[in-house]
Design a protein around this ligand. Sequence first.
Ligand SMILES: Cc1cc2nc3c(=O)[nH]c(=O)nc-3n(C[C@H](O)[C@H](O)[C@H](O)COP(=O)(O)OP(=O)(O)OC[C@H]3O[C@@H](n4cnc5c(N)ncnc54)[C@H](O)[C@@H]3O)c2cc1C
Length: 311
Amino acid sequence: MLRRVLLAASASERVRHLITTAPVTRDVVKRFVAGQSAADALAVTKRLIADGRLVTLDYLGEDTTEPDHATAVASEYVTVLGMLEGAGLTAGGRAEVSVKPTAVGLGLPEHGEKTAAENIARICAVAKDAGTTVTVDMEDHTRIEATLRLVSQLREDYPDLGCVVQSYLRRTPGDCQALAMAGSRVRLCKGAYRAPDGVALAARSEVDRNYARCLRILMDGPGYPMLATHDPRIIAIASSLAASTKRAPDSFEYQLLYGIRTDEQRRLADEGSQVRVYVPYGSDWYGYFMRRLAERPANLRFFLRALASRH
Ligand SMILES: Cc1cc2nc3c(=O)[nH]c(=O)nc-3n(C[C@H](O)[C@H](O)[C@H](O)COP(=O)(O)OP(=O)(O)OC[C@H]3O[C@@H](n4cnc5c(N)ncnc54)[C@H](O)[C@@H]3O)c2cc1C
């Protein structure tokens, strides 16, 4: 309920103004976001990799409405990939990038899909030269078909292009079956958006069960599963599945968000699992931040406590 209210409120301009101008917000945002610049992102990436983790960098922003802006977002990815390569962090895919299709043009009123495909292809070409990969984030349910089409088309040239499926959607076990093929990098998450009841599962328990079902499909298949969750029960199921299916530790990875369950990230890495941290950076943090507040009451309490302590 709270999640629905917060996700709906996040679309309001008044709420956006209130949150983005509150003096305390920046302090709280720092917990989840690496910083404003590519240099900030690079510094965090270096630290995480030195500490035994892998990284996927996300340049914050979504729902781009101007073609030039979509091109500028792609250019930012090109720049940051160059910086990562220069620092020796891209070899073997240790640091890669995650791209939101609407940030690079998918939602443009004209030629959105073509523009997004061209921009992602440009990023993929630079990533490939740098020895690393790209993952295409999944956004709200109205973007799924176009995003899967994009990925399938781009995989002809860049077979290691990663994609994302969300267990809050009823369709996702079918998508997992279709995507569980050799070499296919698939990130499985619960989903951070809202969707109508016929499309999405309503209860958290159903979303979790669907996650476990999708997890089995991906772990039983020949692809490369990327298990994006902080949920201790799901991580435990994944570990035991990996053991029972005799999956080599380098044939799948756990993924967690920057600033969330850092101890668990270390524990998994210390026991020999691959752990990739999703590190967002940039100034357009509002949508990302609101989704983090919406998915966990403790995050919201932390924010409200910080707000109260300033008054
Ligand atoms: C690497 C990564 C990439 C993602 N990419 C996408 C994407 O492309 N598209 C998309 O829609 N969504 C994406 N998400 C977000 C995802 O869909 C969920 O919204 C988000 O991960 C919360 O779900 P959860 O699996 O952590 O479980 P939740 O149901 O939120 O939490 C389950 C349990 O995890 C633990 N937990 C969760 N958060 C915390 C915390 N802050 N501190 C301590 N314990 C905590 C608690 O025990 C909690 O009960 C991504 C998430 C990750 C980790």
